[in-house]
Ligand binder design. Structure first.
Ligand code: COA
Length: 173
């Protein structure tokens, strides 16, 4: 679904540099399911928004092309924000369209002095403060702080590939 929404170029995005090799924040990987099919997903990741400013990075958010404009993206966003707030997180950053994310309270108001670790479009670097003033004075490089994901060994990768192939064969039958 992510490949369909963003294409293979998603791995080249600067946001990916903050996610690769890390685990998402605990309890903040959400999926939407309809009739036992995955129709939407969003995840949040631990980052530092300049020295001393702990925050979360949201993304990727995607909804299956056949299921768009039914409020699934909105439901995922609202649930993710509520959960992050409940868990005591201070702020959420993302790179995305203000025209979409503005409705959830995101803006570029507090990201002007922050930099992504690679190419990014400044007007698409958005943030939502979960605690008022959480990003006041935030300045510097955004960096990953999530727990490193353990790398699967070769036998696990082979088993996962076989499971995927079996599932595809069953689906095609
Ligand atoms: C963006 C996305 C997650 C929205 O999911 P969704 O379930 O269709 O969203 P919702 O049903 O909650 O909301 C639909 C509304 O968002 C608007 N919308 C969707 N993508 C938008 C965008 N990039 N910019 C502005 N508005 C957008 C729709 O026009 C619609 O507007 P309306 O409420 O005025 O009719 C989905 O379109 C998607 O997966 N897109 C591909 C990946 C992507 O582009 N993601 C990030 C966007 S920066």
């Amino acid at each position: 679904m992510l490949d369909e929404a963003y294409g293979a170029s998603r791995f080249a995005k600067t946001s990916e540099r903050l996610r690769e090799g890390r685990l998402p924040a605990s309890g903040l990987s959400l999926v939407a399911v309809d009739s036992r099919q995955l129709v939407g997903t969003v995840r949040l990741w631990h980052i530092v928004a300049g020295p001393g400013s702990d925050a979360l990075l949201l993304g990727p958010l995607a909804v299956h092309p056949h299921c768009r404009n039914r409020g699934i993206g909105t439901a995922l966003m609202r649930r993710a924000i509520a959960r992050a707030r409940l868990a005591g997180h201070r702020a959420i950053l993302l790179v995305g369209d203000l025209a979409y994310y503005g409705r959830f309270g995101f803006s570029a108001a507090s990201t002007g002095e922050l930099w992504m670790p690679g190419h990014f479009e400044r007007d698409r670097l958005l943030a939502l403060e979960l605690k008022p003033g959480a990003l006041a004075g935030a300045r510097g490089l955004i960096g990953p702080t999530g727990t490193a994901a353990s790398k699967p060994d070769l036998s696990t990768l082979i088993a996962a590939k076989r499971t995927k192939e079996r599932a595809l064969t069953r689906r095609a039958a």
